[in-house]
Design a binder for this molecule. Structure first.
Ligand SMILES: O=P(O)(O)OC[C@H]1O[C@H](OP(=O)(O)OP(=O)(O)O)[C@H](O)[C@@H]1O
Ligand code: HPA
Ligand SMILES: [Mg+2]
Length: 186
């Protein structure tokens, strides 16, 4: 599959699976449900389309607590391998998040522009709490400071694809995170 386009495996399928289970355990501790609680108190996962789709579905299935799911899609400006900011909401949440515990689920924080915009947008809707869980973070690339409580892996500042992440809408279906050979985009 995609012969020759992937220079190396950065994070294998097994490591993603193991880390997702660890993150789920960490989140279950953080959001322990009170006995007899109302379904309105379930943790609300907000997945950021399309990149977070694989991580969102695997994380939700690994979480040993009840969760509800919502999705948002935002358009970002910039070139295909770097982003310069969020343009607008392409798909908004289907419901109100006031007084809810909300966890944004993302595939990657690179410049931080997407999440810093999204956090401001969702904070304005008065959730009870708002935290972020991202599978990947590039500490060397972040230009906007975003407070992230749950991180799967810190990775070097290279362009990666797979497990939801794309280049030119390709490679999202790879089961692992791979380094895209620069010959593909240079
Ligand atoms: O920290 P940043 O520099 O803002 O980059 C991170 C964002 O960029 C990618 O999404 P993209 O907007 O490319 O769309 P996609 O999720 O549909 O792939 C990725 O899925 C993150 O959402
Ligand atoms: O490294 C990346 N790969 C794919 N999409 C991305 N969006 C921001 N950074 C990346
Ligand atoms: Mg995205």
């Amino acid at each position: 599959m995609y012969d020759g386009d992937i220079a190396s495996v950065v994070i294998s399928e097994d490591r993603i699976r193991a880390r997702t289970i660890e993150l789920a355990a960490e989140l279950a501790q953080r959001y322990q449900p009170a006995p007899g609680k109302d379904p309105e108190e379930d943790l609300l996962l907000v997945g950021v389309l399309k990149g977070a789709m694989m991580f969102m579905t695997d994380l939700a299935r690994a979480l040993p607590i009840p969760t509800q799911m919502e999705f948002m899609a935002v358009s970002s400006y910039g070139s295909s391998t770097s982003s310069s900011g969020v343009g607008r909401i392409l798909k908004d949440l289907d419901r109100d998040i006031a007084d809810r515990d909300v966890l944004i689920v993302e595939d990657i924080i690179d410049s931080g522009l997407t999440l810093s915009w999204l956090v401001r947008n969702l904070e304005a809707r008065n959730p009870r709490s708002l935290e972020i869980c991202t599978l990947l973070r590039k500490p060397d690339a972040i230009s906007m400071q975003v407070e992230v409580s749950h991180v799967g892996f810190d990775i070097p500042n290279d362009f990666v694809v797979g497990y939801g992440l794309e280049y030119d809408e390709r490679y999202r279906d790879l089961p692992y995170i791979g380094l895209l050979d620069p010959k593909v985009y240079c």
